[in-house]
Design a protein around this ligand. Structure first.
Ligand code: WAQ
Ligand code: MG
Length: 267
């Protein structure tokens, strides 16, 4: 899509003594750069841990091809027990084509901390769906998905629809945008994610065909462990093409596709 007005990627990264604390990003028109920059800066400063360094990057996307795609459909699965939720999440990933053993090792990996010393990675693990091999070049950093946001026209209506469904937390809106972009990455067949925020227990599994399936309790409250795993097909997988898309291709989310709740007592 060719934009009438040039768009800018605005990205924030905050750290303390070199350790990552928070990051966020937007894609906005020129006249909104000031407003959004200060929002991101305030967000960095309002974290429990105060950063000693905040890096703001403002980059023009003029001349870049920007794709506009609808959000994945959202389903919330009612299972309130972490163990049962993980069984159901695993089943969905298996249906997407991930080997059952690989699903288990991915869940264990996020539980233990996927970075080398058992800490949380800044970005995502890339894992082959049949043999469970890790392919991300740097296991401390992982792959950071970037250059994705809700379009200006869709953002407020999306807030309204998500809030009306009881999903008004900013994390849900951001994760849905990320998951939508990730689901379209070349070679990615599914994703698993839950937050590293000890107070935020919700997580999701997502794929292009199954949509965004969220679980209010995908980890135990109080756990500082979280992360993302992108499962990729084994054959003809081009890691450079995939990472280039995830990190660099600008994607705008054009609107909400549907929000449903699914009540099941047992996986
Ligand atoms: N690209 C790749 N990986 C990322 C990115 C990114 N841009 N941002 C975060 N991660 C990885 C990193 O390992 C984090 O530790 C982990 O994901 C979790 O990040 O209600 O808030 O920002 O439907 O803590 C999911 C459920 C919330 C939302 C996810 O993730 C819902 C969330 P967080
Ligand atoms: Mg976080």
């Amino acid at each position: 899509m060719i934009q009438k007005q040039p768009l800018y990627s605005v990205r924030m990264r905050a750290s303390l003594e070199g350790r990552h604390i928070s990051g966020a990003e937007r894609i906005v028109s020129r006249d909104r750069i000031d407003e959004v920059s200060s929002q991101l800066r305030n967000r960095a400063l309002s974290r429990l841990t105060e950063p000693d360094r905040i890096v703001l990057t403002i980059e023009s996307l003029a001349g870049r091809r920007i794709s506009e795609v609808p959000a994945l459909a959202v389903t919330t699965c009612s299972l309130q027990d972490v163990g049962l939720a993980r069984v159901q999440a695993a089943r969905i990933l298996e249906q997407a084509g991930v080997d059952p053993g690989v699903v288990r090792s991915a869940i264990d990996l996020l539980d233990r901390g996927a970075a080398p010393r058992g800490t949380v990675m800044r970005g995502a693990v890339i894992m082959t769906a049949h043999t469970g091999k890790r392919l991300e070049p740097d296991q401390e950093r992982g792959v950071r998905v970037s250059r994705v946001d809700w379009s200006q026209e869709s953002s407020i209506p999306a807030d309204r629809k998500l809030a009306a469904a009881g999903l008004g937390h900013y994390r849900t809106k951001e994760a849905l945008a990320l998951a939508t972009k990730i689901s379209r990455a070349p070679g990615v067949i599914a994703e698993l994610c839950w937050s590293d925020d000890p107070g935020y227990t919700a997580g999701y599994v997502a794929s292009r065909s199954q949509g965004y399936v969220r679980f209010p309790m995908l980890k135990r409250r109080g756990s500082p462990m979280g992360g993302r795993v992108f499962f990729v097909r084994e054959a003809d997988f081009d890691i450079h093409e995939c990472i280039d898309y995830l990190e660099r291709a600008p994607v705008l989310i054009s609107g909400i596709s549907g929000i449903t709740h699914e009540h099941i007592d047992h996986p």
